[in-house]
Design a protein around this ligand. Structure first.
Ligand SMILES: C[S@@+](CC[C@H](N)C(=O)[O-])C[C@H]1O[C@@H](n2cnc3c(N)ncnc32)[C@H](O)[C@@H]1O
Length: 223
């Protein structure tokens, strides 16, 4: 399913983007969509998989000042010693000292960001508790995004918002996984056009989308 920008814009709360934070991977309308989707569910706790230098964690923190943002990543040292550099986009995996390096530049936002660095494999996220929003932006191979989706589903609260980055031809593994899931669950994952951001349409969100669809239908047929 595709949600058009005009509908998305009308349905979700606006956010103010702190331009000075910038972006390394997810910027422009994409980061705005992630922030607005997250804000729409008033989350207490948000999980980001994975941090890199921390740009997205900072944007999430700026949109959600009353939430706790847990962001995790795997260190290059651990990835090397466990042979993980053969998968995914190995050049994106940073040395431990550089993970979240942007976060410390913003003391007001850093205090609501909880940075976790994975040093041993395999790892689970279940010990981190439940989350109202999980954002997946990691290994873009089919197996990688599949495993991260399984991890996310274990910790997502029942009405939580699951968001994936990178549904675009540069990341065929992500497209394949989303298309596969949509085939199984009846197109319950939507992409916000014209971005690469997809989200699972959960109950409260569905009500909002259906409300808008109903209003459109009524305006067409009721004089
Ligand atoms: C695109 S970056 C994340 C960017 C971050 N969300 C942001 O926008 O600021 C992808 C991250 O996935 C992590 N990752 C975890 N497992 C990976 C794997 N097997 N292959 C590649 N990247 C992996 C990398 O360490 C990297 O930081």
């Amino acid at each position: 399913m595709i949600v058009r920008w005009e509908d998305f814009d009308a349905l979700t709360p606006s956010v103010k983007i702190r331009e000075e934070i910038g972006s390394a991977f997810t910027g422009g309308k994409d980061i705005e969509v992630v922030m607005r989707l997250a804000k729409s569910v008033h989350p207490k706790r948000v999980l980001e998989m994975y941090t890199n230098r921390g740009h997205t964690a900072l944007h999430l923190a700026s949109a959600l000042p009353d939430s706790k943002i847990v962001t995790l990543d795997i260190s290059r040292e651990a990835a090397e010693s466990y042979g993980l550099l053969a998968n995914g986009q190995p050049n994106e995996i940073l040395p431990e000292k550089d993970i979240g390096s942007e976060i410390k530049k913003y003391s007001d936002l850093a205090k609501i960001i909880d940075l976790r660095v994975i040093k041993t494999l395999p790892y689970s996220v279940s010990l981190l508790g439940k989350f109202d929003v999980v954002f997946i932006d990691g290994n873009h191979d089919f197996e990688g995004v599949h495993d991260d989706t399984l991890r996310a589903l274990r910790v997502l609260s029942p009405e939580g918002m699951l968001i994936w980055d990178d549904y675009w031809p540069v990341c065929p593994g992500v497209m394949k996984l989303i298309d596969f899931l949509n085939g199984k669950i009846g197109s319950r994952i939507a992409r916000v056009d014209p971005t690469r951001i997809c989200f699972l349409i959960t109950r409260p969100y569905e009500a909002v989308i259906m409300g808008s669809v109903l209003r459109n239908i009524k305006s067409c047929i009721i004089p």
